[in-house]
Design a protein around this ligand. Structure first.
Ligand code: BTN
Length: 251
């Protein structure tokens, strides 16, 4: 049964940051995205809310998202007038990948919203948005596998930082990651999307390889070329706005 959303407590404050100025913690909630979206919750722009446990975590396409022990589920609230929500998962994926590069781990961004390591899913990002009084209220939900021990049936497709040799608990991982998410968000506003788009493109999973993108009952095939000006995918010369990316196996 889904537990009702609990209230969160302030776990730390960083006055110099925009993202993560306030970091809030809740031991257990349904979904951090839902909790942070509550207009009566008193949450403000830049708040980060993380949970010890989610009982009704959500992924893309209405799938459920399980956060076992060792997982780090958290969400970021952004209120902005000019954001294009489809860029945000890519932007924050870049922040995560840059952090891992500092740790000597080469992760890749799987368009449109995942981070992969060693060919397996390390992190999923779910952005939800709505217009409120002329401004976007955006929730960026991040599910990062920090120290999850996956059962054999998932071990071929999912990976944790721990398996890659990075020993952290979820709280420490969040504390290390947040400055990188704050930095990428500021850069987006100071330097614009184009400079970051190139960096994201450079780190795209399966760039130059044969892939398919499936959306509903439509499947498109081609070579993954890169990103257009809005963060959509170029499959050869075709622009793809949404869908599930799969690599065409070579053998
Ligand atoms: C996906 O890969 O489909 C996206 C998964 C996003 C999961 C995170 S966990 C924190 C936040 N709360 C949710 O209910 N979902 C996101």
């Amino acid at each position: 049964m889904t537990k009702p959303n609990a209230s969160a407590v302030l776990s730390s404050e960083y006055p110099d940051r925009e993202i993560g100025r306030r970091v809030l913690f809740v031991a257990s909630c349904g979904s951090t995205n839902d909790l942070l979206a509550d207009p009566g919750g008193g949450y403000v722009h830049g708040d980060v809310l993380w949970a010890g446990e989610q009982t009704a975590g959500r992924g893309r396409y209405g799938r459920s998202w399980v956060s076992p022990a060792g997982a780090l589920p958290f969400s970021i609230l952004l209120t902005t007038r000019e954001a294009q929500p489809q860029k945000l998962p890519l932007l924050f994926a870049l922040g995560l990948v840059r952090w891992l590069e500092m740790k000597k781990l080469a992760a890749a961004i799987k368009w449109p919203n995942d981070v992969y390591l060693d060919g397996k899913k390390l992190c999923g990002i779910l952005t939800e948005s709505r217009m409120e009084n002329g401004a976007w209220r955006l929730i960026v939900g991040v599910g990062l596998n920090v120290a999850v021990a996956f059962p054999p049936e998932l071990a071929g497709t999912a990976i944790s930082l721990r398996e890659a040799g990075l020993e952290l608990d979820p709280a420490a991982a969040l504390a290390e990651l947040l400055p990188h998410l704050d930095a990428v968000w500021r850069e987006y506003h100071q330097r614009g999307w184009t400079a970051l788009r190139d960096q994201i493109e450079f780190r795209l999973l399966w760039r130059g390889e044969a892939v398919t993108v499936r959306e509903g009952d439509r499947t498109l095939g081609g070579t993954l070329r890169g990103l257009d000006a809005d963060g959509n995918l170029f499959l050869d010369e075709t622009v793809v706005r949404a869908g599930e990316l799969v690599r065409v196996s070579s053998g």
